[in-house]
Design a protein around this ligand. Sequence first.
Ligand code: ZN
Length: 241
Amino acid sequence: MAKDPRKALVLFSGGQDSTACLAWALERYSAVETLGFDYGQRHRIELECRTRVRDEVRAAFPAWGARLGEDHLLDLQLLGQISDTALTSERAIEMQANGLPNTFVPGRNLLFLNFAAALAYRRGASVLVGGMCETDYSGYPDCRDNTLKALQVALSLGLDAPMTVETPLMFLTKAQTWALTQRLGGDALNALIVEHTHTCYLGERGPLHAWGHGCGQCPACVLRRQGFEAWRAGGAGELPA
Ligand code: ZN
């Protein structure tokens, strides 16, 4: 299959969703770089998983490894100055009156994508790939398809260069995300995702469950476990083409 000649920059946290995006981009684009954000996450485990997942992907999928370029980590500690949330303080995860979990940092994905676009421009990349998703998700308005379509236009105009924002998980359920990675990289990729990616809000690695490491109780673990179990039970349904 002919590769798209463009270079892509994947927003890569080391979690299940961004690892799916990384595999999707490596299958599609001739060159791929990764970008992570250090914003004072309570759980440094996320940042450690990024390096591990990249190494494991390179080792298990040599053709992808040949296209996997540099990793970048931007220091966005300043987010701590404009947010006080469960991700950056010790406050418990709870639902707010507006239905959003208080892990919500207002407009966080807008900020991430603006920084990503600036870096992509410097790196000669014209595609941004992110794991934002409208389905099975907590309702973050800056993850919605219309928000990202509008941002794509704003970035392309503001940079005076085409900047495509790709969100391959946008309309997938969590079960379908497992089906997607199965299609992209078979059992080897899903085994890698189970073992090496991190999702748990509480930062627990703990014992390895069928669906991965984690506390098993927090909203992120529950979503991941339920998606995995639905996929294993054959409940992912048809993947969009
Ligand atoms: Zn958890």
